[in-house]
Design a protein around this ligand. Structure first.
Ligand code: COS
Length: 377
């Protein structure tokens, strides 16, 4: 594994740093407070080329490797994890199409993503979270169409996407072997957006319920075969988990930077608190964990880019990096003391944002199951 980056990777990292410094960081606390993304920011992110990162070159996308995408997500995560989540949801929704789409489906879906449309990946339901195979949304064949009925919940970009990947069960008695993925347009009759969630963190991102009431979807919009949905979902989550790790690394690095800055400025007992060894130990531990998390994220991405198996490493990267983000942001709040706990400083936001990284795209308990299963069986 080459630990250096190519000039192209460094150039894109720099673009991301500039966009984050100008367009995201100054507005992060305001977006968090209001619970919405700043007006016009998505257009700017689209212009910067961040909405279609995984779209292959043959479909007019940048066709970026996973390491480059991770570098960009880390920068976005430093600026605002809610914005990073909004952008990363487009990657999550793109992978089912990359994994199982026909040429025609890829053209249709990626054309929208390339033109700035937000996408959403809709697997989760009230009764199907970790148990992804328990999806109750039904897809019943009717001539050349399927009729979809059900409710999805906790869907990132649910309220502001233009196109959706919906998982439904086409053969109820077959359990996970009935799970089937469909491309669904927002304007499909019977499709509607339900309530928007009011969240602890990543508040700039939209998380909504989706309601499917006799939504007629052409069979031509089915991804892969009937019953192939579980495999498509698992392959998608494998591909996307290192990026949750990358955003987590960004949050953790931002928290570490804030703690270091504060520790150098804050005077107690007549000197900066950075001169006290207990604070130094906190900073050293935070730095070690961030560095290790980053390397694990890059290793999972590197394996993917080499076309090698990476499912276990994707779970390790997601789990370790998000646990790191939670630990490091908590320690950053500790370094800032009372100031770390109030909204005037960014550390309490980092801590709230970090929590969801341990939960979404597979809880860290599920990641540990995936890791253990691959080691033991
Ligand atoms: N890639 C390809 N196929 C996979 C796979 C992967 N990473 N993981 C599992 N599969 C396949 C298996 O090969 C198996 O296929 P066969 O039955 O043909 O052999 C099938 O899927 C079932 O696998 P398994 O028995 O391991 O599934 P489980 O029901 O035990 O569940 C977990 C596996 C728990 C790992 C899965 O349900 C999961 O990842 N849950 C979390 C879902 C999630 O992340 N939700 C968050 C919301 S979506 S953002």
């Amino acid at each position: 594994m080459d630990l250096g980056f190519t000039p192209d990777q460094l150039a894109l990292q720099k673009i991301a740093q500039d966009v984050v410094a100008k367009e995201i960081t100054p507005y992060a606390l305001e977006m968090d407070h209001k619970g919405e993304i700043k007006e016009g920011l998505l257009t700017k992110l689209d212009e910067a080329g961040f909405l279609n990162l995984p779209v292959p070159e043959e479909y007019d996308g940048p066709g970026l490797d996973a390491i480059t995408i991770a570098l960009i997500y880390e920068e976005l995560g430093k600026g605002c994890a809610g914005v990073a989540t909004t952008v990363a949801a487009n990657s999550l929704a793109s992978y089912p199409v990359i994994v199982a789409g026909t040429d025609e489906q890829k053209k249709y879906f990626f054309d929208k993503i390339n033109n700035g449309t937000l996408a959403a990946f809709a697997l989760t339901e009230p009764g199907a979270g970790s148990d992804a195979g328990a999806v109750a949304t039904t897809a019943v064949k009717d001539g050349d169409d399927y009729i979809l009925n059900g409710t999805k919940c906790f869907i990132t970009n649910g309220g502001n996407a233009g196109i959706y990947i919906i998982f439904a069960n086409a053969r109820k008695s077959a359990g996970i072997r009935g799970l089937t993925a469909f491309i669904v347009d927002r304007d499909a009759p019977g499709f509607s957006v339900g309530k928007e969630e009011d969240k602890m963190g990543i508040r700039a991102s939209n998380t909504s319920e989706l309601i499917l009431d006799n939504v007629r979807v052409p069979a031509a919009n089915r991804l892969g075969r009937e019953g192939e949905g579980f495999r498509i979902a698992m392959k998608t989550l494998d591909a996307a988990r290192p990026f949750v790790g990358a955003v987590s690394v960004g949050i953790a690095q931002a928290a570490l930077d804030a703690a270091v800055k504060y520790a150098k400025e804050r005077i107690q007992f007549g000197k900066p608190i950075a001169s006290f060894q207990l604070v130094q130990a906190l900073v050293a531990d935070m730095a070690m964990q961030v560095e290790a998390a980053r390397l694990l994220v890059h290793k999972a991405c590197w394996l993917k880019d080499q076309g090698m198996p990476f499912s276990k490493e994707a779970a390790i990267a997601k789990c370790f990096a998000s646990d790191t983000a939670m630990k490091v942001t908590t320690d950053a709040v500790q370094v800032l003391g009372g100031y770390g706990y109030i909204k005037e400083y960014p550390t309490e936001k980092y801590m709230r944002d970090a929590k969801i990284m341990q939960i979404y795209e597979g809880t860290n308990q599920i990641q540990r199951m995936v890791i253990a299963n691959q080691i033991l069986y």
